[in-house]
Write a protein that binds this ligand. Structure first.
Ligand code: Z5A
Length: 220
């Protein structure tokens, strides 16, 4: 099988980190049966490279001066450009499976729908940052923003983005909804409200269906 880029998206506290770890364990067990030498890489944006770790700190830590919206947008793009070249492309070229916590749709949802920056500008910037590398599958963990934020809050201190007000997060959520409606072949919705185990069952079914489809494409 060729390398595959599987992205997890959603609002804060939707359960991406939890579900990526569980999906990795499930994939590892399943792939030993069909392709034992495959590498499964878990990564994230921002912060999937050494440069990205520094950019993530700049982006998410509270500081005295406000960060302007276009500056924020460009920092996310810089993080992505480095991540694509250093981690995503090399892993995919070797036939690996990448499980990535956030990718281009985050910028559309947060900086586009959330901050109100031009969607066409963001699409151009995504194109520059990725060199055209698109996800093979995006799993959108859909949960009410209030539930997501309360989960994130229960976990610890809120960061700069999480402190932004509720309306912002509602616009982000609406962004994901519109993206999923417009691109049903790329973005698969998962109801992320139930327990971690139930959410994982839905994800395993989606992964199973896609793995089967990808294997059939090779054999035909
Ligand atoms: N951002 C952006 O604006 N533009 C961009 O282009 C990109 C990113 C790439 C950092 O993202 C920020 O960057 C983010 C968007 C912005 N804004 N903020 N803030 P991040 O992905 O690193 O951080 P996050 O979105 O805030 O993720 P998170 O809070 O770490 O949540 P999560 O990974 O989706 O959830 P989790 O850690 O798996 O779960 C949170 C808690 O809920 C935890 O205690 C779990 O045990 C619990 N949990 C998980 N699932 C469940 C269920 N099903 N039931 C009950 N409890 C659960």
């Amino acid at each position: 099988m060729q390398g595959k880029l599987i992205v997890f998206e959603g609002v804060e506290g939707c359960g991406k980190t939890t579900q990526i770890q569980r999906s990795r364990d499930w994939l590892l067990a399943r792939m030993t049966e069909i392709q034992p030498d495959v590498s499964i890489v878990v990564t994230r944006e921002p912060g999937g490279t050494e440069l990205g770790v520094g950019l993530r700190q700049l982006l998410l830590e509270e500081r005295g001066q406000p960060m302007f919206e276009r500056a924020e947008l460009l920092l996310y793009a810089a993080d992505r450009a480095q991540h694509v070249e250093q981690v995503l492309k090399p892993t995919l070229a070797k036939g690996g499976i990448v499980l990535c916590d956030r990718y281009t749709y985050s910028t559309i949802a947060y900086q586009g729908y959330g901050r109100g920056l031009s969607l066409s500008l963001i699409q151009q910037l995504n194109q520059i940052a990725t060199g055209g590398l698109e996800s093979d599958l995006t799993i959108w963990l859909d949960v009410d923003v209030e539930i997501g934020l309360s989960r994130a809050k229960a976990r610890g201190k809120a960061d700069r983005m999480e402190q932004a007000h509720l309306d912002f997060h509602r616009r982000v959520s609406q962004g994901y909804r519109e993206l999923a409606t417009a691109q049903p072949e790329r973005i698969v919705r998962v109801n992320a409200s139930p327990s971690e185990a139930i959410v994982q069952q839905q994800i395993q079914q989606i992964l199973h269906n896609h793995l089967t489809q990808w294997h059939e494409q090779i054999n035909n």
